[in-house]
Design a protein around this ligand. Structure first.
Ligand code: ATP
Length: 234
């Protein structure tokens, strides 16, 4: 459903992505791994329309995304959970979800989705009137995911959802990702946690210095030294 071909991203004279190819098939998870600075966030942000691609093609369900505005990309069916969660700290949990819901033209649908999020995330329901900035890191991550789900996406982009979380919360976030996958949601998952990523992913793409160094199915790569080598050496 998502195809990225020959993606190039520049930051001034820095050539951050040099012809990245990857795919996410319907209902599957592709994990994007690699060392710091390898280009994972740049790839995700280019798909989300938040970074301008200087070359290549990005297609989602047959539609070319390059040049589309980030809001239009969200409306086309792609949800984004950015690195560092970026919830609105001074707004309440409920207000964070309302802001996300305001992207919907249909208010009734936005209300229905907000109710569904409160049911799915009891911790958010409990804290609905609390400022998001007062939540723990794990709770903020849940809120960031709930917010992204408010646009009823068919593909979710997740940037390091487990980063900085207590081990117990890491497990909860990955349980949630597994649940969403079981419901048929496709995901492009940027992660540092290689073992958990290999467990949940169907396909794995490893970036090194802005290029794909290894790509294959999670099964192929889980047993191979390639991934360890590529990941650690990058
Ligand atoms: P991390 O895990 O640290 O987020 P990453 O794999 O997501 O790393 P990117 O953040 O995509 O990597 O960065 C890829 C390259 O682009 C790096 O060399 C980085 O220094 C550079 N880069 C990223 N953002 C900018 C920017 N705003 N200006 C200049 N260079 C940037």
């Amino acid at each position: 459903m998502l195809t990225v071909r020959g993606l190039d991203v520049h930051y001034g004279s820095v050539h951050a992505l040099k012809g990245v190819d990857l795919e996410v098939a319907r209902g599957t998870v592709t994990a994007l791994l690699g060392a710091n600075g390898a280009g994972k966030t740049s790839t995700l942000m280019a798909v989300a329309g938040a970074r301008r691609a200087s070359g290549g093609a990005i297609e989602f369900e047959g539609r070319a995304l390059i040049g589309m505005r980030p809001e239009a990309i969200i409306r086309s069916g792609i949800g984004v959970v950015p690195e560092g969660r970026r919830v609105f700290a001074s707004l309440t949990v409920e207000e964070n979800l309302r802001v996300a819901g305001s992207l919907h033209t249909d208010r009734a649908e936005a209300e229905r989705l907000r109710g569904a999020m409160m049911e799915r995330f009891p911790i958010l329901a409990e804290r609905r009137t609390q400022r998001a900035g007062l939540l723990s890191g794990g709770e903020q991550q849940m809120l960031a995911i709930a917010r992204a789900l408010m646009s009823a996406p068919r593909l979710l982009l997740l940037d390091e959802p487990s980063l900085g979380l207590a081990p117990q919360m890491v497990d909860r976030v990955f349980d949630l990702i597994a649940e969403l996958k079981a419901e048929g949601l496709a995901m492009l998952l940027v992660e540092q946690n290689v073992p958990l990523s290999l467990e949940i992913a169907d396909r794995v793409v490893v970036l090194a210095n802005g290029r794909v160094s290894v790509a294959g199915t999670a099964e192929e790569l889980a047993g191979s030294d390639l991934i360890r080598g590529a990941y650690l050496a990058a």
